[in-house]
Design a binder for this molecule. Sequence first.
Ligand code: NAD
Ligand code: IPM
Ligand code: MN
Length: 358
Amino acid sequence: TQQFRITLLPGDGIGPEITAVAVDVLKAVGTKLGIQFDFTEAPIGGCAIDATGNPLPDETLATCRQSDAVLLAAIGGYKWDTLPRAQRPETGLLGLRSGLQLFANLRPATILPQLIDASSLKRDIIEGVDIMVVRELTGGIYFGQPRGIFDANGDQRGVNTLAYTGSEIDRIGRVAFEAAKKRQGRLCSVDKANVLEVSQLWRDRITALAADYSDVELSHMYVDNAAMQLLRWPKQFDTIVTGNLFGDILSDAAAMLTGSIGMLPSASLGSSGPGVFEPVHGSAPDIAGQDKANPLAQVLSAAMMLRYGLNQPAAADMIETAVDAVLNQGYRTGDIMADGMQAVGCKAMGDVLLQALA
Ligand code: NAD
Ligand code: IPM
Ligand code: MN
């Protein structure tokens, strides 16, 4: 039997509820395929602040480093929103991403045929949508210096810095070209090169890389237009590559094409070491603790962990097939509910997944 060390970071809000479902699913798949998962749970975000005063305790980062992959749920909540920045849950998540050098965030947005009626867009616009957003994750305005709120001659001045080096652009660019090559061979690079020097450099470097990928058709789009085009005619996109902040925003927009953000998984990868696999959504404090959360983004993140982090494609397929099966059977959490479907909570969705796997 194969054996993998998995660090679980359930975090805050709905995190523990959806993690419990994903762990049950992983165990079931492991039993079927002879894979043993050794799970170690560690605190991050608000729960870590409450326990230790630090949103990313050293032990948590060390545990992640020693594992084969990390399954993260979500962090954050109202309770911690007024803490100084260094002690906020989000700072813990960003520290994890930079600490593990996870510069590439893969965010697939695929519309499952069963969920077409759950989307706020018309059927012919979203039917067949299959987009991969490749988001740079350890640079850009999230990490640029200087940053802060400074005194400015009796006024205040809030500062963040948007910066990318050429090598940072090249390494995310290569990930994106490789991803596009395995998909439909179309890559759209999204920037704001009409206004920003960083984006001009981004566009120049991505354009230069294209020489190494003659099988990929490269296009460029300004981010404001890209936001509009994603809603107007999303099928024009195959693979999208963009910086940290634009990728954050566009991936939430792309999420709604698929019916609910509660469906979208992601993989955060570096060039070596364990990846972090996490849903695109947050801790959903408005529905936390009510057994209402959709666990499928977390379950599909576990599938991405098997596929991209542990090289276990058969196990990943098994999970994705089970998700497909429960949707075919009509089971829906509130966020993807439609007429004539069977309403279930988070736990019950987990139960039907296990039945589908049995
Ligand atoms: P959110 O994604 O948590 O929630 C947005 C809306 O989507 C809410 O109405 C929520 O109920 C719903 N939703 C999200 N996930 C769902 C699921 N699985 N099932 C059903 N409904 C779901 O975004 P927000 O409200 O802007 O942020 C809440 C907190 O989460 C903040 O503290 C934010 O910083 C944090 N956050 C964390 C992550 C992460 O850990 N990766 C990502 C985004 C936001
Ligand atoms: C995400 C989240 C995070 C981000 C926050 C919580 C730091 O929105 O994973 O998309 O902005 O990257
Ligand atoms: Mn986000």
